[in-house]
Design a protein. Structure first.
Length: 359
């Protein structure tokens, strides 16, 4: 498969789906832990091609969605401070905290600006030396290297008014936490973009310790069904392993340059995940050498008493325990225009994806 059209070849996709149906001789549950995969699966109607005994569930793959309510409330508290600019990715602007959102704070006079790159936030700090610019760092190993690069740039240039409020997280601990939490799974469809940075070796403990197969998948229809087929073969053959379907992008060792800068700037810490609580060594904080750029430290942003939106089951959806259709608010009180919970806000959120492709 050398060209884009081949990855969307209907006959090929149907042929692979047919093989999945022939080989699935038991109940199988697979989880994708990437919001981009959730979107691809629903957009291309892949679940409808699967045999009845094969179930696909969504996991904690949306960076905005897994960010804990306490982090969101810290971000809102920072937005209310004098002479502070919040420079953030667009997805975070409408995510509801316990009593507000950045969108509402902006309406009330806070200086909230949408950026397309963390380097845009550094530029805002450069142009506004009398202001303090806070970048809410969200995302997994995919986006953390870019944040790290921005911090090193600010340090090199002596830009002392740039700060990061880190909610960056890493993927392997949450995958294991789901297993330990009792989520019944037979295998994982692993994230392609994360794995391009980390390499596939980060998942080696899952087959070794928990007997679960892992396949790193691409995002086109043929990628998705081929990855599912690879997992089904592992499961029916009783040979759990880590395999790479997305081998045009992902290797076993990943991107050493991106990993190096991420590890130079960040270190591991225990962190909170929506729906899963505190997971040991699953988050990233700035190392001591870069603590002057740490918004949590600089502004004394302590964890605040937080509350989840009433009736929202986003946490259960992120854990693979429930689907959006099981939420009483879904497509009624909670829509992309009027989101109640984080899973409906982000373009990678499970509820948003299910809403968009619900027909």
């Amino acid at each position: 498969m050398k060209f884009v059209d081949e990855y969307r070849n209907k006959a090929q996709v149907l042929a692979i789906a047919g093989e999945i149906g022939r080989l699935t001789d038991r109940d199988i549950t697979l989880m994708e832990v990437c919001g981009g995969h959730t979107m691809s699966l629903r957009r291309f109607g892949i679940p409808g091609l699967m045999p009845e005994r094969l179930r696909l569930v969504s996991g904690p793959g949306c960076p905005v969605c897994v960010s804990d309510q306490q982090f969101l409330d810290q971000m809102l508290a920072a937005a209310r401070l004098k002479d502070v600019i919040i420079a953030t990715y667009g997805d975070l602007i409408r995510v509801p905290g316990s009593d507000s959102s950045l969108e509402n704070e902006k309406k009330n006079g806070a200086d909230v600006r949408m950026v397309y790159s963390v380097l845009d936030a550094v530029q805002i700090a450069r142009e506004n030396p009398s202001k303090r610019v806070i970048f809410p760092g969200i995302g997994f190993e995919t986006t953390a290297p870019a944040t790290a690069a921005a911090v090193t740039r600010a340090k090199e240039e002596g830009i002392a008014n740039f700060y990061v409020l880190s909610a960056h997280k890493i993927m392997p601990p949450v995958m294991e936490a789901l297993v330990l939490d009792g989520v019944k799974l037979d295998g994982f469809i692993a994230p392609g973009h994360v794995s391009a940075i980390t390499g596939s070796s980060i998942y080696n403990d899952l087959p070794a310790k928990h007997g679960l197969g892992v396949v790193v998948a691409g995002f086109e229809p043929a990628d998705m069904v081929q990855s599912i087929l690879m997992l089904v073969k592992q499961i029916t053959g009783n040979r759990p392993a880590v395999e790479i379907q997305y081998n045009r992008v992902v290797t076993e060792k990943g991107n050493p340059i991106a990993r190096k800068i991420m590890n130079e700037v960040f270190e591991l810490r225990d962190d909170r995940w929506r729906g899963l609580g505190m997971i040991p060594l699953s988050g990233l904080k700035l190392r001591k050498e870069y603590s002057g750029f740490d918004a949590e430290r600089e502004f004394q942003l302590k964890p605040l008493p937080s509350r989840e939106p009433k009736g929202c089951i986003c946490g259960d959806i992120l854990r693979g325990k429930k689907t959006p259709e099981q939420c009483p608010l879904f497509a009624k009180a909670c829509t992309p225009v009027n989101p109640v919970g984080a899973c409906m806000v982000s373009g990678e959120g499970t509820c948003s994806t299910y809403y968009r492709y619900r027909s």
